[in-house]
Design a protein around this ligand. Structure first.
Ligand SMILES: NC(=O)c1ccc[n+]([C@@H]2O[C@H](COP(=O)([O-])OP(=O)(O)OC[C@H]3O[C@@H](n4cnc5c(N)ncnc54)[C@H](O)[C@@H]3O)[C@@H](O)[C@H]2O)c1
Length: 420
């Protein structure tokens, strides 16, 4: 395998990729600690891993950690537009097979997933569940080898839960997304910062004074609204869940149906993990000049076929910006072909936050390997001790200490007798 088993854009980019991977590693102290332990203990010795992740500097550091742990890992992209070609080239230099090219078409994307599956995985690592779905549908002959897998994102966990509910899930999965040290930080602060970063890099717009419509007030929505507000934007939230809508109201945002927000917004950001959130009717009433971006996992949140059908002309006006001229004479600007804009037009989440997500990944893979044969084909939460351990290590790395419960407090918190 190794250097002979890869398809990347350009091997000469390796040196630049190696430097950027090293730069990211400076901000990944928890992964570093895990890597040091894995190097000694080899908890994944000779285990074959197929990983479908955004090919970024942080992912490279996770892959190197798993390799140090003894794993035989192969990587493919979890999105056609998120691959950093210099990182892919660097991984080949590190002798980690990778099949990923930025801008690959759908056929190549699935070809690369299939190449990753040719490794006959014992563990799968997925971000969005395309690899696991391919394994369950077209490559199910390989499932008997699999010990278990992990899923990185909200949308992937939703798909796995649906598969489990339909009785089709064939091996144990850990929902890494659902660790507190994942979604509270990666989805909120990571997506918050990097989505704003992606839109800014693509457009160079001034946020102050803009009416920004955020569709979906989940953890990603919390982060994006927080950062947009901090930059001086007037933020409008759209939701379908009453509790989340109410939370947005009390967090100080305007909440209204999207059909109303569509008429007034300057920038629209979908982050709902849902289909056709921005639909034809919304596109038809948007103002001339409105900018539309998605930061949810798949490029289905904006109804792009409807946008195409409404447009008399489409041209690329800047990298990652397509101008659509509508039959009504207005212009709408779609960013990054509706793919997650933080990874398409920027570098994805900062390393410091991926440090926690990927520490969870590494520790969960170790947990599955240790518990081989003892887990059922279900979607499991991240074990609480792993979640707490990641938080503790991150605090340590930041030089922050916290208090501990006294024996009296421990007793009080677990008893029912004491009252007024
Ligand atoms: N860009 C990234 O790097 C990145 C990082 C993490 C997660 N994600 C993805 O972002 C998406 C959101 O993740 P999350 O963790 O915030 O999910 P979440 O489940 O916490 O939040 C999604 C919210 O969207 C709302 N919603 C659903 N349909 C809607 C609609 N039609 N209109 C308005 N609101 C609607 C839901 O009620 C929910 O409150 C997922 O696809 C996830 O995989 C992307």
């Amino acid at each position: 395998m190794g250097k002979t088993w890869y398809e990347i854009k350009d091997p000469t980019l390796a040196e630049a990729g190696i430097k950027r991977i090293e730069w990211a590693y400076r901000e990944m102290p928890v992964v570093k600690l895990i890597r040091e332990r894995f190097t000694k203990e080899k908890p994944l010795k000779d285990i074959r891993i197929s990983a479908c992740l955004h090919v970024t500097t942080e992912t490279a550091n996770l892959a190197l950690t798993l390799k140090e742990g003894g794993a035989n890992i192969i990587l493919c992209a979890s999105n056609p537009l998120s691959t950093q070609d210099d990182v892919a080239a660097a991984l080949v230099e590190y002798d980690i097979p990778v099949n990923a090219i930025n801008g690959e078409d759908e056929e190549t994307y699935y070809k690369h997933i299939n190449t990753a599956l040719d490794n006959k995985p014992q563990l799968t690592v997925d971000d969005g569940a395309d690899l696991v779905t391919t394994l369950h549908t077209k490559r199910s002959d390989l499932i008997s080898n699999v010990i278990g897998g992990t899923e990185e994102t909200t949308t992937g966990v939703m798909r796995l839960r649906s598969l489990e509910k339909a009785g089709g899930l064939r091996y144990p999965m850990i929902a890494v997304n659902d660790a507190q040290t994942k979604y509270l930080f990666d989805n909120r602060y990571g997506t918050g910062q990097s989505t704003i970063d992606g839109i800014t890099r693509a457009t160079n717009i001034l946020w102050a004074g803009k009416k920004v419509v955020v569709c979906g007030y989940g953890w990603c929505g919390h982060g994006i609204t927080l950062r947009a507000k901090g930059l001086g934007a007037q933020v409008i939230v759209t939701e379908v869940e009453p509790v989340r809508a109410l939370e947005a109201v009390m967090d100080g945002f305007q909440v209204m149906p999207l059909i109303e927000a569509a008429r007034v917004g300057d920038i629209f950001i979908t982050v709902a993990g849902d289909k056709s959130v921005i639909d034809k009717a919304h596109l038809q009433v948007m103002k001339d000049g409105a900018i539309i971006a998605n930061s949810g996992h798949f490029n289905v949140e904006i109804n792009i076929p409807a946008l195409d059908s409404l447009a008399s002309n489409k041209r690329g006006i800047r990298p990652f910006v397509d101008e659509y001229t509508l039959d009504n004479g207005r212009h709408l600007y779609l960013l990054g072909e509706g793919r997650l804009i933080n990874l398409a037009a920027a570098e994805g989440h900062p390393a410091s936050v991926m440090d926690m997500s990927f520490a969870n990944q590494a520790l969960c893979l170790e947990h599955i390997a240790k518990n081989r044969g003892r887990l059922e084909p279900k979607v499991y939460p991240v074990p609480e001790d792993i979640d707490k351990q990641v938080a503790r290590l991150k605090l340590n790395s930041l030089g922050i200490e916290i208090d501990t419960l006294t024996p009296e407090q421990k007793q009080y918190l677990t008893s029912w007798q004491e009252g007024t």
